[in-house]
Design a binder for this molecule. Structure first.
Ligand code: NAD
Ligand code: UDP
Length: 356
């Protein structure tokens, strides 16, 4: 039986974070979800509210905070290009100030800390597939830079805190992940194509659809994150976590059309600036060091995801075109939430410890 920990998950109300909270609670741990509900949804964690080992703290990680913890997973950051480009300065603050604040928390509480980094650190990669030793090809001034460079800077901070302060760090470079609890209006390719197919709307391929991505089912990713967090203390990464199956965007569209049986047509739209042309992780490092590899193939993962969106859309609780939740007030208008708001004023040293 592994030890029971008190674990912070920043971004725990988001798509990946909510699945991670589920998994950690199943493992008997106490979970504190820290989220400002920028792109997360209360529905993602509704089922956890009555769990005695689960708590939500509404907080923006760009503002210093302190909670006691044994482990911290830092997932707080919008992941969809549409949302992280909507307010690029805020994205950069979340990535960089957020990383600094969680690292400072880890330093003070003596906790182990994992960063949810991204394949975006490779930019539009010239090396293919991407190995962790590849330093990437990122445009530092383009529209994706707020996210790419923000995540690169966060990795730098993680390794500098490790070298300078001896913090136990883990860095995961996550490749395109999909599954239930993505938002219908998330804007990423898998959710867009599925929702378009289910609603009988045109399927929007950007560019010619020849660009490739590797799609990882969320359960596999969560297993990889937990394996990395629980790995020996001398393993810091970075580790690529993704499914090495590589598909063109056009192949993905055809698969979604096939699996949903939709009569939607494909339409071709302009390719966004700096859209990476190819992506495939080399996961040898994660497989040999963590004993991890993905189990769910794209077809099976899509079937599960389609079934999720089908139920969601049929329930009529979600407008596919609704704006992303940005209001804290409306995110928390249910009194069922264990809500604790941290004062947003004090410097790190002055911030009062809460929790325990
Ligand atoms: P998501 O947008 O669904 O979740 C992000 C969560 O972080 C949301 O709940 C949001 O409200 C919260 N958040 C955003 N800014 C915050 C802030 N300043 N303070 C507190 N909370 C904040 O995205 P996701 O797909 O679940 O991604 C989770 C993490 O994994 C992100 O860090 C993302 O960069 C990384 N990642 C995801 C993918 C993917 O394909 N899903 C790929 C690479 C990296
Ligand atoms: N894409 C697309 N149609 C959409 C949404 C995205 O063709 O409706 C493309 C996008 O241009 C990119 C790929 O699909 O080439 C993956 O996009 P996503 O937003 O999922 O994430 P990325 O991997 O680019 O961060």
């Amino acid at each position: 039986m592994s030890e029971r920990n008190r674990i912070i998950v920043t971004g725990g109300a988001g798509f990946v974070g909510s699945h991670l909270c589920d998994r950690l609670l199943e493992g008997g741990h106490t979970v504190v979800c820290v989220d400002n509900f920028h792109t997360g949804r209360r529905e993602n964690v509704d089922h956890l509210l009555d769990h005695s080992n689960f708590e939500i703290v509404e907080h923006d990680v760009a503002v210093p905070f302190y909670l006691d913890a044994d482990k911290v997973y830092n997932l707080a950051c919008p992941a969809s290009p549409e949302h992280y480009q909507d307010d690029p300065i805020r994205t950069m603050k979340t990535s960089v100030f957020g990383a600094f604040n969680v690292l400072d928390l880890a330093k003070r509480s003596g906790s182990r800390i994992l960063q949810a980094s991204t394949s975006e650190v490779y930019g539009d990669p010239i090396e293919h597939p991407q190995h962790e030793s590849y330093n990437g090809n990122v445009n530092p001034i383009g529209p994706r830079a707020c996210y790419d460079e923000g995540k690169r800077c966060a990795e730098t901070l993680f390794f500098d805190f490790h070298r300078q302060h001896g913090i136990e760090i883990k860095v995961a470079r996550i490749f395109n992940t999909y599954g239930p609890r993505m938002q219908p209006n998330d804007g990423r390719v898998v959710s867009n194509f599925i929702v378009q197919a289910l609603c009988g709307r045109p399927i929007t391929i950007y560019g010619e659809g020849a660009q490739t991505r590797s799609f990882c089912y969320v359960d596999d990713l969560v297993s990889g994150l937990v394996a990395l967090m629980d790995s020996p203390s001398d393993l810091h990464g970075p580790f690529n976590l993704g499914n090495p199956g590589e598909f063109t965007v056009r192949e993905l569209a055809e698969l979604v059309i096939d699996l949903t049986g939709t009569s939607s047509e494909i339409v071709y739209c302009p390719l966004p600036a700096d859209d990476p042309r190819q992506r495939r992780p080399n996961i040898d490092h994660a497989t040999s060091e963590l004993g991890w590899k993905p189990e769910v193939c794209l077809r099976d993962g899509l079937v599960r995801t389609i079934s999720y969106f089908d139920a969601l859309l049929k329930a009529g609780t979600h407008e596919p075109d609704a704006a992303v939740q940005t209001s804290h007030a409306s995110a928390f208008n249910g009194e069922r939430y264990k809500r604790r708001v941290i004062k947003e004023t004090g410097a790190v040293e002055e911030a009062a410890p809460i929790g325990k």
